[in-house]
Design a binder for this molecule. Sequence first.
Ligand code: SF4
Length: 437
Amino acid sequence: MIDVASKLDVELVNVDISNNFEKNIDTIIEDNIALKLTSLAEQVSKMYGDLSKVTIHFPATPLCLKGQNKICVESIENEWADTYEVRVLIEKLLPQINVVFSLEDLAEENIKETIQEEWELELPRSERKRVHIAMFSGGAGSAYVSYYMVQAYGKENCKLFFTNTLWEDEDNLRFMDEVSEYIGLEITEILDGRTPEEVFYDMRYLGNSRLAKCSEELKVRQTLIYLEELRDNEKVEPILYFGIAPHEKHRRDDSHVKRRENNIEENSADMNIRKAAGIRSFYAHFPIEPIETRFPLIETLREDINAKGIIQYEWGIKLPRMYTAAIEAAKLEENVLAQKLVARGINGFSHANCGGRCVRGGFQHYATLYAIWPDQYREQEDMERRFREHFDKNVSILKKNGGSYTLKQYREDMEADGVEKYLFQSDDTIPCVCSFS
Ligand code: SF4
């Protein structure tokens, strides 16, 4: 406000409304707006003797409210008043004054563009243009939320954001391309350029079920850089959308979920809602200024929405093969383990990032990987071995009894004891937030 007054070379009059808090103002307008208008009228009366020479101009109305004769009485876009009611109140308080509403001539975007580009002034955060960004991870939830976001805000105001770790399963990429085409919005893909393995070498630290530097470097850091650049270069304010849904009943371990909740709280019984709370808290604290986060599958949409069914049967897009990998593997007569998984309603991986190689996957995840895609398990086992040899360190992705427990040891134990023993035993490791970002 100070910058604008200085640019226009006019006095900025600061009206103190605290004196009117206790007053009972008789009007049909909402109390808070009446309070502001009454305080404004008092100040104007004090400043000017002949009110017939004074005109009060109210600001322009955003395009979305044009035609409704509503004006914004506050810079924060949440206090709207009907122009007729405002006029009646002002004329009651200041009978001879002129009132003008700039309803018709100015479009909101033009105003903002003029202020930013011609006047070269920075808009306050509350006034910057919003850009809606779906954290597009290759999962069905994020695909559905992307569609919802574009329907609600228009593709010109939206982005599909994807951070590629270079370990992604190729069919995830196929799925993402098809969803992007269906929605009609290109993917904004950001690459660090390293694989998780290369990050482990650079950090001299093997990512594991407790600490995954790959997620920090390849996803979180890249996302924050992108968002801050967006703010700096395009002068827009991002709002992030995540496809996290409350824990699905048919997933393996939902015994701890007592009920469906739609409040995002860190102490929720639902692991996914706790994860959402963690993400919200992260984006509230880590960017230079807080970034708003939205979780439509928890907060806005019907609880029972079947994103996978809609994508497959309404959009006609095949889900990423990781969701159905067990079904495919079970078609091979000799893969009894995959058949057992499917018999228990487990059709594929619950965590579809990094091609099943997520270092935060835990015992059950790696048993599933061994059962469905043994070659991919071997690849990860080799990666772990290479790292151990290169740095001559006794480290591992999985941990047992507080110590190292390599994928080779785990495979040998599974082969000795029978994989089934490990396949249906859920562990309490929390998969990384990469599945949602
Ligand atoms: S999905 Fe797992 S392995 Fe991949 S970047 Fe995230 S934490 Fe690392």
